[in-house]
Design a protein around this ligand. Structure first.
Ligand SMILES: Cc1cc2nc3c(=O)[nH]c(=O)nc-3n(C[C@H](O)[C@H](O)[C@H](O)COP(=O)(O)OP(=O)(O)OC[C@H]3O[C@@H](n4cnc5c(N)ncnc54)[C@H](O)[C@@H]3O)c2cc1C
Length: 416
C-alpha cells in the first residue's frame, strides 16, 4: 500500500439507512470512520424506486437509532421521497462523515487491514462495513434471453410509471410485494395483466384491526434471530410479503388481484419456440401460501392471548383461501402480440464486483455469520435475515447495527 494513502479505522460503504446506522454507533464509540457513497445520501430511494411507491411498513416503524417517527400520521405509509428526507435527516442528526460521489472500486486485504480504492483515491483502514445494499441488481432468469425481440423487458429498478411501457398486455413475473404492486398499477392503467406466480408470502394488510406489521413486531416473529432459525438459507431467500401501503389500508393479495381482472399463471419455467411455459403447480403454490398464513395468524392469536392483548384487538379472523383460476394457462405465445411487455419482479441481488476479498459463495452471495464475514475486520449490514427476520427493514437496522458495530469495536480493541 502506498505510504500516501489516507488512513482511518473503519470504512463504511454506502449511505443508505444501514451505512448511516453503522456510522451512528461507530461515532458513539468514538471510532474514526468515513462513509463512502457513490451517489447521494439515500441514493436508492432517490434513483431506484418507481414513482407511486410507498413503504409497505407503517410510519411508526420508520425508526432509526436516536430518531423516532413524530409526524401526524403514524399509521400512514411514506413515499420514496419522504424516506429519502428521513434518511437525509438521520445523516445530519448523527453527523455522519459521508463522502458522496465516491465510488468504491476495490476492497482488498492489505497490511493486516484493508485497502479501499475509490474514484477519489485510496484509503487504508483496519475494518470495513459493507452496507452497499441488498438490492443493487435485478435477479432475472437466464431464459429472458430467449424472449422474442418484439416484447419489451423491464425491471423494477428501471420502471417508473405505466406510461413508460407500450400499450397492450403485460406479463408480470413474480408475486412478491413488487410484483403485486406493479400488476395492480399496470392493470389500473388499462393494460391486460397476467401475473406469473411462484412461491410467495400472503399477508392481509390488517389483522384483528391492527396493521399486520404491528403483529409481526409485537409477537416477536420479526425478532427471531438468525442463529435460531432452522433453515436459514431458505429464510434468507423468502420473497417480500404481498403488501402495499395505501391510505385505505387495502389488502393486495392474489384474490384482490383476480377480483380486479388480473390473470394468474404458474411459475414461469422456460421459453420454447417463442412461447412462455408455466409450471402446472399453481394450485399447490397457492395452497402452501394459504397454509403458512393460517399458521402465522395462529402464532399471532397465541401471542395475544398469552400476553393479555385480546381485549386491545378485534376478534380472530380467517381469510378465504386463494381462488385457483378455473382454467389455468400453461403456455403463452409471446410472438402473438398479446404480451407487449415482460416486467421481471423476480427479486434483487447485491453487487460485489468491487470486493477483492474471497468471501463470496458460488452464487456470489456474501458468506457471513450474523454480519461477521469470513475475513477478520470485514462486516455487513442490511442483508436478508442478517441477524433477525426484520434485518432488511428500516425498523430492523437499529438492533443489527448496534450488535455488528459492537463486534467490530471488540475486534479493533483486541487486534490493536
Ligand atoms: C422496491 C423496494 C421496496 C422496499 N420497501 C420497503 C419498506 O416498505 N419498508 C422497509 O423497511 N424496507 C423496504 N425495503 C427494503 C430496504 O429498506 C431498502 O432496500 C433500503 O434501501 C436498504 O437500505 P440499505 O442502507 O441497506 O441499502 P441502500 O439503501 O441500497 O443503500 C446502499 C447505498 O450504497 C451505495 N453503494 C453501493 N455500492 C457502492 C459502491 N461500490 N461504492 C459506494 N457506494 C455504493 C448505494 O448508492 C446506496 O446509496 C424496500 C426495498 C425495495 C427494493
Amino acid at each position: 500500500m502506498s505510504g500516501a494513502a489516507e488512513r482511518t479505522a473503519v470504512v463504511v460503504i454506502g449511505a443508505g439507512h444501514a451505512g448511516l446506522a453503522a456510522s451512528h454507533f461507530l461515532g458513539a464509540a468514538s471510532l474514526d470512520h468515513v462513509v463512502l457513497e457513490r451517489g447521494e445520501v439515500a441514493n436508492s430511494w432517490r434513483r431506484e424506486r418507481w414513482d407511486s411507491l410507498r413503504l409497505l411498513t407503517p410510519n411508526w416503524q420508520n425508526r432509526l437509532p436516536g430518531l423516532r417517527y413524530d409526524g401526524p400520521d403514524p399509521d400512514g405509509y411514506a413515499t420514496a421521497g419522504e424516506v429519502a428526507e428521513l434518511i437525509e435527516r438521520f445523516a445530519k442528526a448523527c453527523g455522519a462523515p459521508v463522502r458522496t460521489g465516491t465510488n468504491v472500486t476495490s476492497v482488498r486485504c492489505a497490511d493486516g487491514g484493508y485497502a479501499v480504492t475509490t474514484s477519489d483515491g485510496e484509503i487504508a483502514c483496519r475494518a470495513v462495513v459493507i452496507a452497499s445494499g441488498a438490492c443493487n441488481l435485478p435477479s432475472v432468469p437466464r431464459f429472458s434471453d430467449a424472449v422474442p425481440a418484439g416484447v419489451e423487458q423491464c425491471t423494477p429498478l428501471r420502471y417508473r410509471d405505466p406510461g413508460q411501457l407500450p400499450d397492450g398486455g403485460v406479463l408480470v413475473v413474480g408475486a412478491s410485494a413488487t410484483g403485486v404492486q406493479l400488476a395492480a398499477e399496470l392493470h389500473r392503467s388499462g393494460r391486460p395483466v397476467t401475473l406469473s406466480v411462484g412461491e410467495h408470502v400472503r399477508l392481509p394488510r390488517t389483522y384483528r384491526g391492527r396493521d399486520v406489521l404491528w403483529w409481526m413486531a409485537g409477537s416477536g416473529v420479526w425478532d427471531q434471530r438468525w442463529d435460531e432459525i432452522e433453515d436459514l438459507t431458505r429464510a434468507r431467500r423468502l420473497p417480500s410479503p404481498q403488501l402495499t401501503g395505501t391510505p385505505d389500508r387495502a389488502t393486495l393479495d392474489l384474490n384482490a388481484l383476480t377480483s380486479m381482472g388480473v390473470e394468474l399463471v404458474g411459475r414461469w419455467a422456460a421459453v420454447r419456440d417463442g412461447r412462455a411455459l408455466f409450471s402446472g403447480g399453481l394450485r399447490n403454490v397457492l395452497a402452501l401460501a394459504d397454509l403458512k398464513l393460517e399458521r402465522l395468524l395462529g402464532t399471532f392469536d397465541e401471542w395475544a392471548t398469552a400476553h393479555g392483548r385480546d381485549a386491545d384487538v378485534g376478534p380472530p379472523e380467517r381469510f378465504a383461501p386463494t381462488r385457483v383460476p378455473p382454467s389455468q394457462r400453461l403456455q403463452l405465445d409471446l410472438r402473438g402480440g398479446e404480451i407487449r411487455t415482460v416486467v421481471w419482479a423476480t427479486g434483487f441481488r447485491p453487487e460485489y464486483g468491487w470486493l477483492d476479498v474471497p468471501v463470496l459463495d458460488a452464487k456470489g452471495q456474501l458468506r457471513h455469520d450474523g454480519g461477521v464475514a469470513g475475513s477478520p475486520g470485514l462486516y455487513a449490514l442490511g442483508l436478508p435475515v442478517l441477524r433477525r427476520r426484520k434485518s432488511t427493514f428500516i425498523y430492523g437496522i437499529e438492533d443489527d447495527a448496534r450488535e455488528v458495530t459492537d463486534h467490530l469495536a471488540r475486534y479493533l480493541a483486541a487486534s490493536r
